[in-house]
Design a protein around this ligand. Structure first.
Ligand SMILES: C[S@@+](CC[C@H](N)C(=O)[O-])C[C@H]1O[C@@H](n2cnc3c(N)ncnc32)[C@H](O)[C@@H]1O
Length: 229
């Protein structure tokens, strides 16, 4: 799908604040509950066995939420920065960091803003289920920001929802034209076809090193490892 084809549909990234308030009150570990988090860390463990992934260096955790994946990266020896659009999530991450010896640097930032620029570039960008939150033409900006903030040879690892969506509740809000599910006119998630997502990542200059598709009775997802040359 070309950038021109992507419809202009309003996103509300700040809505994640309310979700974090609910999840924290419900006793979640962060965005996910403890069981889902353990499954995600197992998936990441497998992805990190790829030979192209640097074993140390500077890592950026995009859409880091309450920081659990950032702490995992730190425990593997990376020097970690975590950013998220949600102030509630970042406050939660900072609080969790203070309870341990973590020195992860957390900040509130919109990863799809114009020209997101870190002075010190990264060896690795990890995007654990943030890309599907990014809607319409913001996606090109988001992916370009990742490319721009990686060192040459740097690696982008992405886990994202993709088609097919099978959840009957969410399907009833699915808009096939924009491939988003929408509530009250706001697009909440982009459910792209896997080939379109791969093409978006290639279009900003990445080489795809690995792609794995996971089918599920509710929602498919994919893992991608890409490299900046
Ligand atoms: C599905 S959650 C995953 C959170 C975290 N990566 C994890 O695995 O626990 C998606 C995250 O992306 C963040 N997010 C959504 N849009 C964003 C944006 N434009 N810039 C930065 N973060 C964003 C949300 O606030 C949320 O924390």
């Amino acid at each position: 799908m070309s950038e021109q084809d992507l419809p202009l549909c309003p996103a509300d990234y700040a809505a994640h604040d309310a979700a974090y308030q609910r999840k924290r009150a419900a006793g979640f570990a962060g965005w996910s509950d403890a069981e889902e988090l353990a499954e995600q860390l197992e998936l990441l463990d497998g992805l990190f066995s790829h030979s192209a992934i640097p074993v140390a260096g500077r890592a950026l955790d995009l859409g880091c939420g309450a920081g659990n994946i950032s702490f995992w990266l730190e425990s593997r020896g990376y020097s970690v920065t975590g950013i998220d659009v949600s102030r509630v999530a970042i406050d939660w991450a900072i609080e969790q960091g203070r309870l341990s010896d973590s020195i992860v640097n957390f900040a509130v930032a919109n990863a799809a803003q114009d020209n997101l620029d870190f002075e010190d570039k990264f060896d690795l960008v990890l995007d654990n289920y943030c890309l599907h939150c990014i809607i319409g033409r913001d996606r090109d900006r988001y992916l370009s920001n990742i490319f721009h903030n990686l060192l040459p040879g740097g690696i982008y690892i992405c886990n994202t929802m993709c088609a097919e969506l099978r959840d009957p509740d969410e399907l009833s809000f699915f808009d096939a034209k924009s491939r988003t599910y929408m509530r009250n006119g706001i697009a909440l998630r982009y459910i792209g076809r896997h080939e379109d997502i791969i093409n978006e990542i290639k279009a900003v200059g990445f080489e795809i090193l690995q792609m794995e598709l996971f089918t599920d009775e509710i929602q498919d997802s994919m893992s991608i490892i890409a490299q900046r040359h």
